[in-house]
Write a protein that binds this ligand. Structure first.
Ligand code: NAD
Length: 369
């Protein structure tokens, strides 16, 4: 594989290959863009079929973090790391400490956190070697479980979509179909029930859905039938790629607003189909940014109230995205990307103009063009 060709495709700033024989560490750190601030993103551990797959994944994920942080209004860039290995068999203290040394060597250009296949405990080993790690345990001054923050952002983002649809953001009496009954969904249902929405909940583990329904009034739906529910809102909080050729024709929903990552099977194709069908889609990475906002708050001395307030601003973010989409007649995910790119460009220029360094860098000519 032509590694540099792959790196140059999406404008990554830096890719770091980390190897340590003693610790059996093979990891790749991708730094996509640090215009707004240090690149923040978790470390994924996965049994990649090839090193090529690991590189492609880290490039894709780190770029996604740039957009997510930018739209969330954070002063952070996009980064991500992958460790090649089996998270059930290959983890050791030395592996995560060796990885921590590599992170430390980047002197704050990249800040890591837990992700799929890694845990808060693994990050404690990383933390022994570097301060550039977030998402650590509450007992160690960290922010703990991000789900309540993610869920609150999803809830207010859903209200913003309802405002677009009806002129009022009230969810009283509205029907919401929730897919997945996990950490995020549980808190989303709590908000919805408090406001007086009617909830329909599914999970492949029926008991998880029923546990939620024992606390809040609503109906259980079989996992295969969730796309057919005659509800106002679909709230995916389980898997990715659930908006696809097979599911869209079944949907009667007017809004899709949920916490799951990578909801559109094919971003361009399915984002456009939703627009044509008149379904208001809250872009996943914008509406589910509450968790990222929460860990980002650790960097400034953690205050849960401040993190929750910032997650509440997702309401305005979704309103802005919907208005950009309307103005430019583009799908909402494109509007969200535009919002991110515009913010990076504008703040980047301001930083260049007012930093002493760039006055002499010769790039000022470009800035004032
Ligand atoms: P979770 O594992 O606690 O919950 C997911 C639930 O979905 C599980 O109960 C699982 O049984 C269920 N599920 C899986 N496949 C299903 C199917 N086909 N039909 C119905 N239910 C199914 O995860 P979570 O932390 O609640 O996260 C949910 C989603 O939100 C994930 O996509 C995650 O990546 C994303 N997300 C979570 C956070 C967070 O703060 N936890 C932040 C951003 C994004």
């Amino acid at each position: 594989m032509a590694v540099f060709d792959e790196i140059s495709k999406k404008d990554h700033e830096q890719v770091i290959f980390c190897y340590n024989k003693e610790a059996n560490l093979r990891a790749i750190i991708g730094i996509h863009n640090t215009t707004l601030g240090p690149a923040l993103g978790g470390t994924r551990m996965w049994m990649y079929a090839s090193e090529n797959d690991a590189l492609v994944d880290v490039l894709r994920l780190s770029r996604g973090m740039t957009y997510k942080a930018a739209v969330a209004g954070l002063n952070l860039g996009g980064g991500k790391a992958v460790i090649i290995g089996d998270p059930h068999k290959d983890k050791t203290e030395s592996m995560f400490r060796a990885f921590g040394r590599f992170v430390d060597g980047l002197a704050g250009r990249y800040i890591t956190a837990e992700d799929v296949g890694t845990s808060v405990e693994d990050m404690e080993f990383v933390r022994m070697e570097t301060k550039y790690v977030t998402g650590i345990d509450k007992a160690l001054g960290g922010s703990g479980d991000p789900s309540p923050f993610t869920a609150y952002g999803v809830y207010v983002g859903m209200k913003a979509c309802m405002k677009e649809l009806t002129g009022s953001d009230s969810l009283v009496g509205k029907k919401v179909a929730v897919q997945g009954a996990g950490h995020v969904a549980k808190y989303v249902c709590e908000h919805l029930a408090k406001e007086g929405a009617k909830i329909y909940v599914t999970d492949i583990y029926e008991d998880k859905a029923k546990a939620i329904l024992s606390e809040y009034k609503g109906e259980f739906v079989h996992p295969d039938k969730i796309y057919d529910v005659d509800a106002d809102v679909f709230c995916p909080c389980a898997l990715g790629a659930i908006i696809n050729d097979e599911t869209i024709p079944r949907m009667k929903f007017k809004i899709i607003a949920g916490g799951a990552n990578n909801q559109l099977a094919d971003e361009n194709k399915h984002g456009r189909i939703l627009m044509e069908k008149g379904i208001i889609y809250a872009p996943d990475y914008a509406i589910n940014a509450g968790g990222l906002i929460n860990v980002a708050n650790e960097l400034e001395g953690y205050h849960p109230e401040r993190a929750m307030k910032q997650a509440g601003q997702i309401y305005d973010t979704i309103r802005t995205i919907l208005s950009i989409a309307k103005e430019h007649k583009i799908p909402t995910h494109e509007a969200s990307n535009k919002l991110a790119e515009d913010r990076i460009k504008t703040i980047g220029k301001i930083r260049q103009i007012y930093s002493g360094e760039s006055k002499f860098s010769g790039r000022l000519g470009e800035i004032y063009k």
